[in-house]
Write a protein that binds this ligand. Structure first.
Ligand code: ZN
Length: 506
């Protein structure tokens, strides 16, 4: 059975979402999870754009296996050389070059003629071909380009060595039947198209990115470019989880083999939401909080009698079996190791010990520990990076008529620093102000601060989530603890640590 290649661009297009900054270690954690889900290609970044991007692509290339890794480049020699340098150590590296093809981009942005664009594209592909034969070529704004020019351009780059030609709906302008027709036309009009794969890259400005991608698949596209949770420029890209689950759930219609592991979706979605700070709307398809919730009595009654009366997908298929109770107070290292194996988590010794300590702390306070609790605890250990500050101790004194006072002790590169201050508008503000004082980071603007309960019940784990603006960039932090003041402090410190790593990498 045929299948469609899933090309994930969360780390490149997704990271271009307004306000999103990912440090290389976060990108690596996301890439590992994408590989676990068995996507076919990971576009890890745009190496010429910054040293941070270059390092992230390099880190992903050197540490993630079982997947192709792509690096983006404009049709310029310097871009292509830098892209290759970053991606060359990947198991299967790909260079992805692009240039715009629409009249509006040619006239106003590039100030080039069609022939100049074509020559540029051919030169770029030839230059990339010195390094690898795994070359993808994108005609930016293809959906608003002249079809005959596109066919001429694609024929020339395939001749020069491109193995994948990508047809992006860069500005999210197309509608499904029209976009499907365009794929068909490209196929018909490009004489050597059988030597290349057809890819599409759809944006969601009209909410049609997934529909357009599916229309393209029906008309011969064999690769779709997607991002986790649909993040990306403006309204974002086609959502990975929606495309995969549409193909999976309607296999009867598409007749395509699904080679991805759908049970990794929930974890991947959460990891991306936590790292980017872009949280999900409750009614988001597949991964929203309400995606598997039933409110109407008739529906609830139906689902209890037979799940499929109102559910077309089983939550377990995307890896949600949240409320199952798995471990308790008496579970030891062995049981935890089994759990990690079963859910395919890899932790080094140090992370495991830290995780185990926190698990024991939770087990002392909470009678029944569910799957969701453990996964929330694990989220804190998912990526390792140079942490300048670590939270050692925290206490907050507050009450009616009392000035909130926070005492915070941090470890800074092995050294203990401590401060107590009565300040702030409330206990959480007091904590943050005290941390600002201790770290000397006075210019932190809190963009959002949220506390969620991971599971039900009054002994539930609290998950604190923070997005903070430092130096004009947004950094996120999150932490799950039974004590929400501790979770808040740890999340705040994480955002600061990530800022410091980002500055080191710049
Ligand atoms: Zn894009």
């Amino acid at each position: 059975m045929a299948s469609v290649k899933i090309f994930d661009t969360t780390l490149r297009d997704g990271e271009q979402s307004p306000g999103v900054t990912l440090i290389p270690e976060e990108k690596l954690a996301i890439a590992k999870q994408l590989a676990k889900m068995k996507v076919n290609v990971i576009e890890a970044g745009f190496p010429i754009s910054s040293d941070g991007d270059f390092n992230a692509v390099k880190m992903v290339s050197e540490n993630v296996s079982g997947v192709e890794v792509a690096a983006l480049a404009r049709c310029r020699k310097g871009d292509i050389d830098r892209a290759w340098e970053a991606v060359r150590d990947a198991e299967n590296p790909r260079i992805h070059v692009f240039i715009a093809s629409s009249p509006i981009h040619l006239e106003y942005k590039l100030q080039m003629t069609e022939d100049e664009v074509l020559n540029n594209a051919v030169e770029a592909v030839k230059h990339a071909a010195q390094y690898t034969d795994n070359i993808e070529f994108s005609a930016e704004d293809a959906s608003r380009s002249d079809i005959d020019f596109l066919a001429r351009l694609f024929e020339a780059v395939i001749e020069a060595g491109a193995k994948v030609i990508n047809i992006p709906d860069t500005v999210g302008y197309s509608v499904p039947s029209e976009f499907g027709q365009m794929i068909k036309d490209v196929k018909e009009k490009t004489p050597n198209i059988d030597q290349a794969e057809i890819s599409v890259h759809c944006h969601n400005d009209l909410g049609l990115a997934v529909a357009n991608s599916l229309a393209a698949i029906e008309n011969g596209a064999t690769q779709v470019e997607v991002s986790v949770n649909g993040i990306g420029e403006r309204a974002g890209n086609a959502a990975l989880e929606e495309i995969v689950m549409a193909l999976y759930t309607r296999q009867d219609y598409y007749n395509l083999d699904i080679t991805q592991d759908t049970t990794q979706i929930a974890r991947l979605s959460k990891l991306v939401a936590n790292s980017t700070g872009i949280s999900l709307q409750a009614n988001k398809a597949i991964v929203g909080a309400n995606a598997f919730a039933h409110e109407a009595g008739i529906h609830q009654d139906g689902v209890i009698k037979e799940r499929t009366t109102y559910e077309i997908m089983d939550a377990k298929t995307i890896g949600l079996d949240h409320n199952k109770l798995v471990l308790g107070k008496h579970s030891g290292r062995h049981a935890l190791k089994d759990f990690l194996d079963k859910y395919d988590y890899e932790l080094d010794e140090e992370s495991f010990e830290s995780f185990f300590k926190r698990f024991k702390g939770l087990a002392d306070k909470k009678k029944n520990i569910s799957n969701a609790d453990i996964i929330a605890l694990l989220d804190n250990e998912l990526y390792d990076y140079e942490k300048i500050y670590e939270l050692e101790y925290i206490s907050v004194l507050t009450g009616k008529g009392l000035l909130p006072t926070a005492t915070v002790r941090l470890k800074k590169e092995g050294e203990i620093i401590q401060s107590a201050a009565c300040n702030g508008d409330g206990p959480v503000d007091a904590i943050f102000q005290t941390i600002n004082e201790l770290t000397g980071m006075e210019d932190i603007k809190l963009m959002s601060y949220k506390i969620d309960a991971v599971t039900e019940g009054k002994d539930a784990l609290g998950e604190a989530f923070i997005a903070a603006e430092i130096d004009g960039k947004i950094f996120t932090g999150h932490s799950s603890q039974t004590d929400i003041t501790e979770a808040s402090a740890a999340a705040y410190i994480e955002a600061i640590n990530k800022y410091l790593v980002y500055m080191n990498n710049k």
